[in-house]
Design a protein around this ligand. Sequence first.
Ligand code: FES
Ligand SMILES: [Fe+2]
Length: 395
Amino acid sequence: MLPPRIATLLDHISRQIASNQPERSEHQHRIPVEYYFSSAQYEAEKSTLFSRYPLIVAHSSDLKSGTAIAHDAYGVPLLLTRDADGVVHCFLNVCRHRGMRLFDDQTATARQGVACPYHGWSYHLDGKFRHMLKADAFDACPAGERDLVTVPCAERAGLIWVIPSPNSTMNLDEYLGDLPAELNYYDVAEHVTYRVVENHYAANWKLIVDAFLEAYHIRVLHRDTIHPFFMDGINSGGQMPRSGTNEAQGPHFSSMVARRPAQEWQGQGSLSPKNHHELRELVTPSHAIFPNTIAIYHPDYVSLISLFPTGAESLRWVHRMLIPKEKATPEWQPHWEKTFELIEKGVFQKEDIHTAVGIQRGLRTGANAYLTVGRVEAPLADFHREVQAAIASVS
Ligand code: FES
Ligand SMILES: [Fe+2]
């Protein structure tokens, strides 16, 4: 069964094909150029979105039982672990003795616990203090006082979220609303990471999110790469409902772009895919998971892209290619290799990222006081409104 929101989007696609009338929103919008370079904007985003919001740090397959990973991309040194019972934890990556960084590996390594490289204080993977040398040199202390400092962390539908600030509480289910049901529909938890690419670019992180919130550019920018697979101008999407409501708009976006076979299916009656594999022949769905992660459901794999601001005008791009577990075998390797090169280098780097960097170079010239968002690009305006609302709500 299609999740309700996905069924609605597909119905919109179907009606557009039937009537040959692409959808238009009511208004055009303007985005002030300062949103992409002002240091006040950047600081406000850092102290709200990137320190008080649930943020994705890993795919579940990146952290097997009995392993740990260091994660620094949100500006706070974090240590992610999965204990022997399979429970995921997050801690400040800081020793409780004299504060040394405990752990450096960015890819998961199997271990019983974590030992500090300075004087050897050690901790279990659930963060409990384990052992110190020359214990008689230290006063007794209340139970738990030497345990690692916990950071809110939870796993849903194949992804791991944290709020990168200790002493905060995370209402993840309320924040995510229907998103986990859609992630489950696409079997995100049944995938494994095939490859991760990380790069730094001279662009504001929101310019990359913008690139994945509209399909208007596919015909021109992607003319020689992916455009031939898609129907021009037939797409649908927008904000998902806030948790527990049908109408109010939540911060996450669910969208889809029609692929060529949709036309033929429509001609034979209706668009009624039996499962997500069939759906993904007809449309390419995507999520913009607020604030900084994009998931694209290609026909046979998933691109999970996270954007980490490193300055007002710079970002770190992390693209994780997720493949179905059953196809993570040597026979499939050449296929994934070719596919990854094509999408990461050919489409993302040469086209989408190249464009974001190109826009950034001209933003301060005064050519535009604002960027214009047409009636076929409305989710961009909604995304920026969510960002500004998030900043305003805590300032
Ligand atoms: S700082 Fe970690 S054991 Fe001393
Ligand atoms: Fe694009």
